[in-house]
Design a protein around this ligand. Structure first.
Ligand code: DGL
Length: 264
């Protein structure tokens, strides 16, 4: 079991921000990543549809013989985690709770959350943040155009800065001190977002705290891989060209082999 891979999925390239951190923290592990690129975005779809997609993605990864599943998508973490945990006979870790923990760790008391419509409408971040830091005030904003901009690779494009200005202005008027990226695609737009919010607001994402949670769980369950060459496999549900091109810059390594699969 220890030598089995860790499965990771997202709707597209966004989860690579989590995958990158996992590879950095757990270099001996094998990772199998699935980007459900045929059906991106998840964030504009109903909870029932996202849950169905998440179950199909998880079933594909389980079929690859994984020991643990990381749901590297806030939208799926917000709406599908209970069902995934019930249906899979595996430990399942989402990114939303780790994201909320990372947000309160900085000690901010006016916390802005940006995410997909699905994540923001679920109220999951607000609930998690309020239970972790009852004294904090939470402000949320859905930013649906951020996902296609990230998938397009427009990390620093003027259009991205304009869109960020529109979406973030209401949060800036609330004088937030912390901004949580409640979507794993958004760290890809970090530079445009940083130039919009200025230098003083703490920008938080869930990648590092998710990697810590995965490492702790592997250790406590005796599932940590021994010394060896870690490796990664990448699957997508549509043609891999764009995923390979954009994903490699965010993973920080070439994505030589990306295989297209059908999961629905
Ligand atoms: N990156 C995912 C998230 O964290 C999904 C974005 C989308 O497909 O809309 O929510």
């Amino acid at each position: 079991m220890k030598q089995h891979a860790i499965g990771i999925f997202d709707s597209g390239v966004g989860g690579l921000t989590v995958c990158h951190e996992l590879i950095r923290r757990l270099p001996n592990e094998r990772f199998i990543y699935l980007g459900d690129t045929a059906r991106v975005p998840y964030g504009t779809k109903s909870p029932a549809t996202v849950t169905q997609y998440a179950l199909e993605a998880a079933t594909f990864l389980q079929g690859q013989g994984i020991k643990l599943l990381v749901v590297a998508c806030n939208t799926a973490s917000a709406v599908a985690l209970p069902e995934l945990r019930e249906k899979l006979k595996l430990p399942v870790i989402g990114v939303l709770e780790p994201g909320a923990r990372a947000a309160v760790a900085g000690g901010g008391c006016r916390i802005g959350v940006v995410g997909t419509e699905g994540t923001i409408n679920s109220g999951s971040y607000e609930r998690s943040l309020r239970s972790l830091a009852p004294e904090a005030t939470v402000f949320s904003a859905a930013c649906p155009l951020f996902v296609p901009l990230a998938e397009e690779g427009w990390a620093e494009h003027p259009v991205t800065r304009d869109v960020a200005g529109e979406y973030l202005a209401p949060l800036l008027r609330k004088k937030i001190d912390t901004l949580v990226f409640g979507c794993t695609h958004y760290p890809l737009l970090r530079k445009a977002i940083r130039s919009t919010v200025g230098p003083d607001i703490e920008l938080v994402d869930s990648a590092a705290s998710t990697a810590t949670e995965v490492a702790d769980l592997l250790y406590s369950e005796g599932l940590m891989a021994g010394e060896g060459e870690g490796e990664q496999q990448f699957f997508v549900t549509d043609v891999p060209t764009r995923f390979r091109r954009i994903g490699s810059s965010f993973l920080g390594a070439e994505l030589h082999v990306v295989t297209q699969v059908h999961i629905g």
